[in-house]
Design a protein around this ligand. Structure first.
Ligand SMILES: Nc1nc2c(ncn2[C@@H]2O[C@H](COP(=O)(O)OP(=O)(O)O)[C@@H](O)[C@H]2O)c(=O)[nH]1
Ligand SMILES: [Mg+2]
Length: 194
């Protein structure tokens, strides 16, 4: 498959009011700054479709994109930004809970972790939540360009241990050089066919 068209649909805090119900959805989750927006832009071959930022924690809303007029990609608000206060964390939690309980169209979650770092408590909490909720997900190791190919296995080991996945189940991705883009397209195609 290839992404032929990609358009921004809406930013919202309240999924209940989303007008585009019915189309299948794939969500992109992960902590702030892990590369969610960059992955979406690279996937769609559009530099400024999703707003990227070097200041973490800017995306506090669900950002929805329509791809190929066929499915929605949802850029979820990032978690684990140290500077957010308790109020903001509670708001985030409620938004996510509302989303996951209401999004019947959700087919799959792409769980992004930085290939260079061990998953955080928040990553593990998200992982546990998805398992317990029976929501299918894939782990995507981002920023793969930052390490050599030969060092991948070494970096994947702690990620796999923390998130209880096998190395071959993790998709290595780079928004910088396009590593993993064909595999990601393949994954999306499979998910949409299910
Ligand atoms: N080298 C490299 N940098 C990346 C990659 N993905 C994201 N970044 C950088 O990491 C920062 C945060 O990316 P962003 O997509 O905004 O993260 P988000 O908060 O998860 O949406 C930006 O400065 C990006 O340029 C990648 O694959 N390789
Ligand atoms: Mg973002």
């Amino acid at each position: 498959m290839e992404i032929r068209t990609a358009e921004f649909v809406t930013s919202m805090a309240d999924y209940g009011k989303f007008p585009g119900r019915g189309l299948p959805q794939i969500a992109v989750a992960g902590k702030s700054n892990v590369g969610k927006s960059t992955l979406i832009n690279r996937l769609c071959r559009r530099n400024k479709l999703a707003r990227t930022s070097s200041t973490p924690g800017k995306t506090r809303l669900l950002n929805v994109f329509l791809l190929n007029g066929e499915f929605h990609l949802v850029d979820l608000p990032g978690y684990g930004f140290a500077k957010v206060d308790k109020q903001e964390k509670l708001r985030w939690g409620k938004m996510m809970q509302d989303y996951f309980t209401q999004a019947e169209e959700l087919k799959h979650v792409l769980c992004l972790v930085d290939i260079r770092h061990e998953p955080t408590e928040d990553d593990i909490t998200m992982n546990r939540f998805l398992r317990e909720s029976g929501i299918p997900f894939s782990v995507i190791a981002t920023k793969a360009d930052k390490i050599s190919r030969g060092a991948r296995m070494k970096h994947l080991a702690p990620i796999c241990r923390a998130l209880s996945v096998q190395p071959w189940e993790v998709l290595c991705f780079s928004g910088e050089d396009g590593t993993g883009r064909p595999e990601l397209l393949g994954l999306i195609e499979r998910v949409l066919k299910e």
